[in-house]
Design a protein around this ligand. Structure first.
Ligand SMILES: CC(C)(COP(=O)(O)OP(=O)(O)OC[C@H]1O[C@@H](n2cnc3c(N)ncnc32)[C@H](O)[C@@H]1OP(=O)(O)O)[C@@H](O)C(=O)NCCC(=O)NCCS
Length: 168
């Protein structure tokens, strides 16, 4: 089956919009479901800046996921991508990722960069299936239990993707 078909659950009422500060209580709830070391409220508040893009994905009338992207030196850095635990594997993460890549391209960013935990197989699979390549490794980048964990650095050139994505 082609990788860009949503194969698990058909969810037709997904919408993407700009995240706003009023969403933060739901964001913090989803964030705590998603990470062992979640961002604090103050970290999220610090992301409401002109050079950041914050995207919200609603399913029905509730927030189900979000993405935080920083624009720096002509490149988009994906800092956070998270979907509510009960809404995963329904295409929400892929939808958010495609949206932020298309918007980054539209805003003139040459590539999208991200870090992902070496052990985060689900996220790695998503990024690879959307065309991201591993371009480096940051040893001990993430806090862990006993030991810190490496990050893989991944990149996607937006020029190669934009023509297909702008129609989404
Ligand atoms: C990673 C994350 C955003 C994916 O969101 P999602 O809505 O479940 O993803 P999708 O339904 O769009 O899945 C897209 C693809 O990702 C991969 N994937 C996602 N979750 C997976 C899992 N648990 N195991 C294996 N592959 C997985 C699959 O390739 C999937 O495609 P498929 O459904 O055709 O097999 C979500 O699991 C999440 O929020 N995790 C916690 C936070 C996190 O780790 N964020 C990434 C930080 S770098």
């Amino acid at each position: 089956m082609p990788r860009d078909v949503y194969p698990k659950v058909e969810v037709s009422d997904m919408t993407i919009r700009a995240l706003c500060e009023d969403d933060l209580p739901e964001v913090l709830d989803i964030e705590r479901q998603g990470y062992s070391f979640p961002w604090s409220e103050s970290v999220f508040r610090g992301c409401f800046r002109p050079d950041y893009r914050l995207w919200a994905l609603d399913i029905g009338d509730g927030l189900s996921g979000y993405a935080v992207v920083a624009y720096m030196a002509g490149e988009a850095h994906l800092l956070n991508l998270c979907v509510a635990a009960g809404q995963r594997r329904s295409g929400a993460g892929r939808r958010l990722l495609r949206h932020l890549v298309a918007e980054s391209a539209r805003d003139g960013m040459s590539q999208v960069l991200l870090e992902v935990r070496n052990s985060n197989d689900g996220a790695l699979d998503l990024y690879v299936s959307e065309g991201f390549s591993v371009i480096g490794r940051r040893p001990g980048y993430y806090p862990g239990g006993q030991e810190r964990e490496d990050a893989l650095v991944m990149a996607l050139q937006t020029r190669t993707r934009v023509s297909g994505l702008l129609s989404l």
